[in-house]
Design a protein around this ligand. Structure first.
Ligand SMILES: [Zn+2]
Length: 160
């Protein structure tokens, strides 16, 4: 296959330098090194490409399978459970919002299994938190903490 040109010049040396410096500062098992090299290469590859390609990640499961009736699946690693939020923060260091942004998901993409949130809201009604009436409030029961209304004032504040 052609396309070896990028491996000429200072590129390989740079990668080697990065790996060597990483390995000398971190406890890396020998079998992890190929993975590390791959990661550094991928990073270099993505540097020269337009940002939109960088955003094109490969989900662990197809998007449409990531939300099931009684479970949601993490697109990062394929973890399956009732609620993604805690998993995302402990496992990937991502907030729900960061996750949605990263995967280009709509803000109403469920991070909690639909059956589970339905169960929670019907539980809430059983506990008397509903206001009675004949199902008028059924559509308006938020299963997650209230979202801020309107646009955040400083959209430009990123990278924190
Ligand atoms: Zn995950």
């Amino acid at each position: 296959m052609a396309g070896d040109t990028k491996y000429q010049g200072s590129y390989p040396q740079l990668v080697t330098k990065i790996i060597a410096s990483y390995v000398s500062h971190h406890n890396v098992a020998p079998e992890q090194i190929p993975e590390l090299i791959g990661a550094v290469h991928r990073t270099f590859d993505s540097l020269g490409k337009p940002a939109e390609i960088q955003a094109e990640l490969t989900p662990a499961v197809p998007l449409r399978r990531s939300v099931q009736r009684d479970a949601v699946i993490c697109l990062e690693c394929g973890w399956k459970g009732k609620m993604l939020r805690r998993h995302l923060s402990t496992r990937h260091g991502l907030s729900g919002e960061q996750y949605l942004k990263r995967w280009n998901l709509p803000s109403d993409h469920p991070l909690t299994a639909p059956a589970y949130s339905a169960q929670r809201s019907s539980l809430a009604k059983e506990l008397g938190l509903g206001r009675g009436g004949s199902g008028r409030q059924a559509a308006a029961a938020p299963a997650s903490p209230p979202r801020r209304r309107g646009r955040p004032r400083s959209v430009a504040r990123e990278g924190a």
